[in-house]
Design a protein around this ligand. Sequence first.
Ligand SMILES: NC(=O)c1ccc[n+]([C@@H]2O[C@H](COP(=O)([O-])OP(=O)(O)OC[C@H]3O[C@@H](n4cnc5c(N)ncnc54)[C@H](OP(=O)(O)O)[C@@H]3O)[C@@H](O)[C@H]2O)c1
Length: 332
Amino acid sequence: MVSISEFVAHVPQSVQWALAGVGALFVGGKVLSYLQLLLNLFVLSGVNLRKYGKKGTWAVVTGASDGLGKEFATQLASKGFNVVLVSRTHSKLDALAQELEKKYTGVQTKVLAMDYSKDNDEDYQRLSQLISGLDIGILINNVGQSHSIPVPFLETSDDEMKNIVTINCFGTLKTTKIVAPILVQRKKGLILTVGSFAGWMPTPLLATYSGSKAFLQHWSSSLAEELKPQGVDVELILSYLVTTAMSKVRRSSAMIPNPKQWVRSALGRIGQRGNQQMAYTVTPYWSHALLAWWVENTIGAGSPLAIWYNKVIHVDIRKRAIRKAEREAKKA
Ligand SMILES: NC(=O)c1ccc[n+]([C@@H]2O[C@H](COP(=O)([O-])OP(=O)(O)OC[C@H]3O[C@@H](n4cnc5c(N)ncnc54)[C@H](OP(=O)(O)O)[C@@H]3O)[C@@H](O)[C@H]2O)c1
């Protein structure tokens, strides 16, 4: 039996040096990439939003009446952007519009209630008319729907499947087709699309949602390359859980920020690169970004082990959601 040291002794010196060099390059590359990530997260800031327009420039936010969209609208208004608020419930939009105009002097708002799941051409025409003539600098493609609880694909209702694809994919594409020409015409603008860790790592029991967000990943990065020469920055922002109605998580923690914390990091890290293997993609929240880096640089986001473990997690979430629904049914 030949020991490792005997085997190495028989490898020519030049080959040993070459292998050591390759190893050093590999490890050095990883260390540099991690340092760049830490610099991005804790030292450097992203592009200043003023790049996309002075105070009074308009931003369009979809899914604006709750959760992350409401927070995007609020933080953009606080920076002097006028906001077009689009989502389903008119009363919630009106209340937010009034709140923003009162809180941020000089900020103007416009609202449009539309249900993206209906895929109604008239709604898109109303959006087009509403924004016609506005100096729009920013589009936040935030509207999205997930499964009500994790569910095997074969048991997913046709309605849920259709709504997820219609809202997340068609809704985002059609809204962008209406808004982006304005950004291109003024030769500067920003299109942020809210992706998800479920689109970055295949997610069993959220298969349709996972696929819809993966679709947005490739669509967004492709569009980014197309619109770059025309002065428009396009970026997909990835997130693990945030405390919103969609996640059903109420208490924030180091891994699960609240919308205010998450949106602050999203708007503060525009244009940064570092941890993602896909161009024009940022994971803005620090703990999410560290998790993504370690997964990508160890087991890999698309590895069988990662997908298997993600299934274990979602099978457990489904069991707990079913038990909770049963308890609530008994109480009623
Ligand atoms: N929360 C998370 O943990 C998490 C993680 C990763 C990615 N994301 C992504 O972040 C985005 C925002 O999610 P969120 O957590 O903020 O969700 P949320 O709190 O449930 O808010 C969703 C917003 O979208 C609107 N909306 C929902 N369905 C709509 C429809 N059919 N037509 C028009 N508007 C509709 C809602 O309007 P109404 O108020 O009128 O219902 C609401 O304003 C989504 O794209 C989601 O996939 C979220």
